[in-house]
Ligand binder design. Structure first.
Ligand SMILES: C[S@@+](CC[C@H](N)C(=O)[O-])C[C@H]1O[C@@H](n2cnc3c(N)ncnc32)[C@H](O)[C@@H]1O
Length: 276
């Protein structure tokens, strides 16, 4: 089915950035999470951070079960599109517990990977995993907001993001910030759920995503409310073609996307143009 949601209907706005002052340090959300409907943009950043703090301890297990392990293959496909130079530095944005970061250094142990996330409990998971999975390879995890990265212009040879762009307060500002920290000629690769164009596939996926995921989220993920919000974060997200347009509008060149699972998953990419 053709997706009728225009990217212009999304309501990302920079005016809510002042909500971002509070940091989560592993405490449970103190406000009850009434997430059956998505939050308003007001307070979205703090809300998202609290939500991930709550589900962080069981995030990896829930992910594997909910995707039946398929996410591992999608992650490998995404990383294959990045092609950073050997020994290069890559930023993994919204790294969570570090899944893409570890995939990157497993594929090329010469890389220096910096994972950035604003939720400390997710980063704690990443650091614990690093002891087993990075084994001295160059992976560092730091706390930060991907909408305001603490790096100079042109710092990295590649950037990845997994299952997160739906959660940022302002997609366009985030894309511009990612482009800013990338060196000319380097790529940004974004792996995320998307809107399946095929009606039958869309119906099946919606059944899974909006009904089974919240159920499993309650049983395995530790919060049915959080896993009810997460699928809803797709509702106002641009469809795959519109997201490509947003990449282009942010200044990326040679943009495109690879649909997986009938388009229910998409890997978007764009390159920072070489300076003439
Ligand atoms: C669904 S998880 C994805 C984690 C990981 N990338 C993966 O592929 O499994 C989304 C992550 O995005 C982080 N996040 C959302 N908005 C963020 C922002 N503005 N800055 C930094 N991290 C953010 C959350 O804290 C959470 O860890």
């Amino acid at each position: 089915m053709a997706d009728t949601t225009s990217p212009l209907e999304t309501t990302e706005s920079t005016e809510n950035l002042t909500d971002e002052g509070q940091r989560c340090k592993g405490r449970k959300a103190n406000a009850p999470m009434s997430l059956s409907s998505p939050p308003s943009q007001t307070g979205k950043g703090a809300f998202v951070r609290e939500m991930f703090a709550e589900i962080a301890p069981r995030y990896d297990a829930a992910n594997r079960v909910m995707t039946a392990g398929l996410d591992e293959g999608w992650r490998r496909r995404a990383i294959a599109l990045l092609a950073p130079p050997r020994g290069g530095s890559v930023i993994d944005l919204c790294c969570g517990t570090g899944d893409l970061s570890f995939h990157l250094v497993r594929k090329d142990p010469t890389l220096h990977v910096t994972g950035v996330d604003f939720c400390e409990p997710m980063l704690a998971g990443a650091r614990t995993r690093a002891q087993r999975e990075a084994r001295g390879r160059g992976v560092t995890f730091i706390e930060g907001d991907v909408m305001a990265l603490a790096f100079p212009d042109a710092s990295f040879d590649g950037a990845t993001m997994g299952f997160s762009l739906r959660n940022v307060v302002d997609i366009d500002a985030t894309l511009r910030e990612i482009r800013r920290v990338l060196r000319p000629g380097s790529r940004f690769v974004n792996l995320d759920v998307s809107k399946a164009p095929n009606l039958l596939f869309k119906r099946l996926f919606d059944l899974y995503f909006y009904h089974l995921v919240p159920l499993l989220g309650g049983l395995i993920g530790g919060s049915r409310a959080a896993y009810t919000y997460l699928p809803h974060s797709l509702t106002n997200h641009p469809n795959a073609r519109d997201l490509q347009t947003r990449f282009e509008r942010a200044g990326f060149a040679n943009c495109g996307y690879k649909p997986l699972m009938g388009g229910a998953i998409a890997i978007h990419y764009g390159t920072v143009a070489e300076r003439l």
